[in-house]
Design a protein around this ligand. Structure first.
Ligand code: C2E
Ligand code: MG
Ligand code: MG
Length: 563
């Protein structure tokens, strides 16, 4: 190589190194231009570099081919190199000359090889650091992760594009059942394909979807795609075999937040807190599966937190009282029992149970309240017995939250013993269950109460998803039929409600369950009960839940006069 070419080579090589190491204003074009110059000086017709994440990717031909220079004449391989990095990535380089040109001499080949080694080390470092960055934003199964979501939101905020977007957290509905149905392997494919459906709907116009873990995802997208995304959440068939012929229906529960134009980004909580709050509300809610975050929810949350924080002090100060609603034998008018219902006297106001029971049910506070109520009832019964009053069986509501307490029965017995209350004067009301685990706990608890001679009743039967297994497999004493089962005045004898009511009562009686109907408000309804052989009633027709003194008057009276 003559001196002029050699000098030109050194100058071009320096340009290449400078352009590769210019971290401040790195330009791919500058690198490519220096390479072109070097190739022409060294009579290289074509230079190819390839990058594969792993050797498996290399075998499968699944990588990136960066053809940095090609003058269309390259047909003879001059030099070939293959480097495997510590992390298993493969970087390959191949240089070609033209058979129409004079063959390269050793000096040219040596210099060309040096250029290639420099390029390969640059590409490998560059690609690997990108791969590492990529890995940081993806989870082990290739889903974009939480970090990717936060970075995406940050970028939107920096570009002033966050306002007017919609953010959402969503959870695949009954995904454990999907896994059970088709197996975990196909379940994974379903999850990926559902993610891809959302991705295809939101990504092209500047949105994204990421996985938080399990079957929980987050997304953010432009408002104009809301209806498309909601359709996907509502339910779509998702394929799970390679051929795309087998499908399963997948839907999602979601909490959404329409980001206001004047949003101020104060870290990820600005968005995450709201969508998690709304999606928790969607999870709790029985029917609605799509909930939009709004300021009212915050008021609700504030109210919930206020009520929760008042609980310990209210309990200590004895603000909760037992009210009693009589249960009446409609054939005789005799008071045969009563249900204890909680009332909260707070700041001179009477708070109804629907305003606090659901809130206490969010934590184990409800269990403390139930035990407190049982104790208040036992204290009242003890007083009635001591004063020679006619005591009747009192039922006490126990939230399903108590079911996890393995010692529940012994805790109940301990309170009865403390006031020497005969076990047959207490009835425990429990509602239907929704899960298998709860069902097992319910069965265990009802059976042990039974052994202890304490009555049990299924409360609100017919209101949830009542299952006949519930009454077949669990040894209850009483079936409390919810008022929604009670035929309305305009229901004819052969209406579905009338027929169901009749059969539920006769079935309960046939298997030896006591049967009581709740929410009896009119004489006509008393007649319906009588016609259907349900002889015990509870409801406003007789009395509302009464303060203990008034209930004691009813006990003394013993009877209601029914026409
Ligand atoms: P529940 O156990 O089904 O109690 C019956 C509810 O129906 C009571 O509402 C009662 O006042 C109401 N009711 C009775 N007769 C009639 C009627 O003729 N018409 C109508 N429309 N309603 C009638 P309340 O007292 O507001 O209690 C609501 C719910 O709160 C109870 O439903 C029960 O689930 C819960 N609850 C009340 N006290 C306690 C408690 O100490 N512990 C637990 N865990 N839950 C309680
Ligand atoms: Mg009840
Ligand atoms: Mg009830």
């Amino acid at each position: 190589m003559d001196k002029a070419r050699s000098d030109a080579y050194y100058i071009a090589f320096e340009k290449l190194v400078d352009s590769m190491t210019d971290h401040v204003s790195f330009s791919r074009d500058a690198v490519v231009s220096a390479l072109k110059e070097l190739c022409s000086i060294l009579r290289i017709a074509k230079g190819v570099t390839e990058f594969y994440v792993s050797t498996a990717h290399e075998i499968a031909g699944d990588g990136e081919v960066l053809c940095d220079y090609d003058n269309g004449m390259g047909d003879t391989v001059v030099s070939k190199r293959r480097v495997v990095s510590k992390s298993g990535a493969v970087i390959k380089g191949t240089l070609y000359s033209s058979s129409k040109d004079k063959p390269l001499d050793d000096d040219e080949i040596r210099r060309a090889d040096l250029v290639m080694r420099t390029v390969l080390s640059f590409v490998s470092r560059n690609r690997l650091s990108r791969a590492i960055v990529e890995m940081g934003y993806h989870d082990e199964r290739g889903f974009r992760n939480h970090r990717a979501y936060v970075r995406f939101l940050e970028k939107l905020s920096a570009a002033d594009e966050l306002g007017g977007m919609v953010a959402a957290q969503f959870n695949l509905r009954r995904f454990n059942l999907i896994n059970q149905d088709i197996g975990r392997h196909y379940g994974d494919i379903v999850m990926m394909n559902y993610y891809k459906l959302v991705d295809a709907a939101v990504s092209p116009s500047g949105g994204t979807v990421c996985r938080l873990g399990g079957d929980n995802f987050v997304t953010v997208f432009r408002k104009e795609h809301l209806s498309t995304v909601l359709e996907i959440f509502d339910g779509v068939p998702v394929s799970y075999d390679e051929a795309g012929t087998k499908h399963i229906y997948v839907s999602a529960r979601s909490g959404l937040y329409e980001i206001p134009e004047d949003i101020i980004w104060e870290g990820e909580g600005t968005i995450m807190d709201k969508i998690i709050f709304a999606s928790n509300a969607a999870k709790r809610s029985g029917e609605s599966t799509i909930i939009f975050y709004d300021a009212k929810m915050i008021n609700m949350r504030d109210k919930m937190m206020r009520v929760q924080s008042l609980f310990p002090e209210a309990l200590r100060r004895g603000e909760f009282r037992a009210f009693y609603q009589p249960k009446v034998d409609i054939s005789t008018g005799l008071i045969v029992g009563a249900e204890a219902l909680c009332r909260w006297f707070h700041n001179g106001r009477l708070v109804p149970p629907n305003d606090f029971i659901p809130i206490f049910e969010q934590s184990t506070d409800i269990c403390k309240l139930d035990m407190y109520m049982l104790e208040a009832v036992c204290r009242d019964i003890r007083r009635w017995l001591d004063s020679g009053r006619n005591a009747v069986r009192i039922s006490v509501n126990f939230s399903r939250k108590n079911l996890v307490d393995i010692e529940l029965t012994s805790h109940i017995i301990a309170i009865l013993e403390k006031y020497s209350v005969p076990h047959d004067l207490i009835e425990v009301e429990l509602t239907e269950t929704t899960t298998d685990v709860e069902f097992r706990d319910l069965k265990r608890i009802v059976s042990s109460l039974q052994l202890a001679g304490i009555c049990t009743s299924v409360d609100d039967f017919g209101m949830g998803y009542s299952s006949l297994n519930l009454i077949r497999e669990i040894p209850w004493n009483v079936l409390k039929i919810d008022r929604c089962f009670l035929p309305a005045e305009n229901d004819g004898d052969s209406s579905v409600t009338s027929l169901m009511y009749r059969y539920v009562v006769s079935m309960a009686r046939a298997i030896g369950l006591e049967c009581i109907t709740e929410g009896v408000e009119t004489m006509k309804q008393v007649d319906v009960l009588r016609d259907n052989n349900c002889m015990i009633a509870q409801g406003f027709f007789f009395d509302k839940p009464l303060p203990v003194e008034e209930f004691e008057n009813r006990l003394d009276m013993m009877y209601y006069h029914i026409k």
